[in-house]
Design a protein around this ligand. Structure first.
Ligand SMILES: *[C@@H]1O[C@H](CO)[C@@H](O)[C@H](O)[C@H]1NC(C)=O
Ligand SMILES: *[C@@H]1O[C@H](CO)[C@@H](O)[C@H](O)[C@H]1NC(C)=O
Ligand SMILES: *[C@@H]1O[C@H](CO)[C@@H](O)[C@H](O)[C@H]1NC(C)=O
Ligand SMILES: *[C@@H]1O[C@H](CO)[C@@H](O)[C@H](O)[C@H]1NC(C)=O
Ligand SMILES: *[C@@H]1O[C@H](CO)[C@@H](O)[C@H](O)[C@H]1NC(C)=O
Length: 315
């Protein structure tokens, strides 16, 4: 009881700590399922502020709430449009998807759910982002498939989640980090830092370097030192994919059968040993042990283990 209480306390403290750490990072945070960000009728404007407040995290966290809201909106796709605006002049906006699980149409391979960016006062629209990816791993490959660079201070974001019901036990996931950037050569802001020693064009606020979120849209998550380690462990984990699971299942089966076989062999050997060693009781032992009574896989009898006991005692 005490132990349980203690571990509960520890986990509470840990949770509080995690919360505190989260708070001390300077991102504004919005949830897609929250009608402070997404409403069917209006386009919300989210301002990225200056310096350490120039980052924004938009995520989908609670599918239940999303479904409830979508229901409130009527029988239609959940469409959320919002605008991200940088405050500083001459800034641009990076949008980097940290992770996403959005559905695709199996036949046409088109996105059922998607996120799409567009520039204000222009007909340009980005591709539609959907499917399943993780920034740590997808950023390793070219072309970068999870990021968008908006060179002006306004970025329109359009999220469309299909009304098509989710299959049971499936969830959707999305987390996007928006970061205001400036061109490093301007050297306007003391607190700016280039994305990495090797990426000298774009600068972001230095607080976003090594903060656990990938802000810069270059291959290899350049602004996160920990990332390489993460990539390695992720590839290891993803290597433990379907094939690995099948292999492990097969191995387990084989080992299990081997175990059963060995058990059988050992038991048989044991019986043989018993027959050999128990000179006086040979007959009774054999009668007792060999045809397993009622087909039950019994453990060796007391008598076989302690042969000194008179065989009369059982019947
Ligand atoms: C953000 O910067 C301001 C000063 O520019 C500072 O007072 C504040 O503590 C900083 N916040 C965080 C979370 O670093
Ligand atoms: C999601 O929101 C519902 C209420 O809308 C709440 O009951 C549930 O606990 C939430 N789930 C999570 C995982 O936060
Ligand atoms: C949302 O996507 C669906 C296709 O999945 C499309 O039919 C619909 O027109 C889209 N809604 C908007 C507002 O773009
Ligand atoms: C878009 O166009 C309108 C009117 O043409 C203008 O007032 C507004 O400043 C423009 N916005 C941007 C971001 O260029
Ligand atoms: C930076 O570039 C140099 C030379 O091009 C290369 O040797 C080095 O590994 C790079 N560093 C990183 C972190 O990519």
């Amino acid at each position: 009881m005490i132990e349980i209480n203690l571990s509960l306390k520890t986990s509470l403290i840990l949770a509080l700590l995690a919360y505190a750490i989260n708070v001390s990072t300077s991102y504004q945070q919005f949830l897609i399922e929250d009608d402070r960000l997404c409403t069917p009728t209006s386009i919300r404007k989210v301002a990225l502020e200056a310096g350490n407040l120039s980052g924004l995290i938009v995520s989908l966290r609670n599918m239940t709430t999303l479904k409830e809201n979508a229901h409130k909106w009527g029988d239609q796709d959940f469409v959320c449009k919002f605008q991200v605006k940088a405050t500083e002049k001459d800034s641009g906006i990076f949008a980097v998807i940290q992770n996403i699980v959005f559905r695709k149409d199996k036949i046409t391979n088109e996105c059922l759910d998607y996120i799409q960016y567009s520039a204000v006062n222009s007909t340009f629209k980005s591709k539609r982002y959907c499917g399943q990816m993780d920034a740590d791993t997808s950023l390793m490959s070219m072309p970068v498939s999870n990021s968008f660079v908006e060179p002006t201070i306004v970025l329109d974001v359009h999220i469309n989640i299909s009304k098509e019901p989710l299959r049971p036990y499936r969830i959707l996931e999305l987390q996007i980090v928006f970061t205001s950037f400036r061109f490093c050569f301007q050297k306007l802001f003391f607190d700016d830092q280039q994305c990495s020693p090797n990426h000298t064009v774009h600068c972001i606020h230095k607080g976003f370097i090594n903060d656990g979120y990938i802000n810069c849209p270059y291959p290899g998550c350049v602004d996160e030192k920990e990332c390489v380690q993460k990539i390695q462990s992720k590839t290891k984990r993803s290597a433990l994919s379907y094939e690995a699971i099948v292999f492990i299942a097969l191995l387990t089966t084989v080992l299990f059968m081997l175990g059963v076989w060995l058990g059988y062999k050992i038991k048989k050997l044991h019986n043989e040993n018993a027959t050999i060693s128990l000179d006086n009781n040979v007959v009774s032992e054999c009668i007792e042990m060999d045809p397993v009574p009622e087909g039950i896989d019994n453990p060796p009898s007391y008598e076989s283990l302690f042969p000194s006991r008179p065989p009369v005692s059982y019947s």
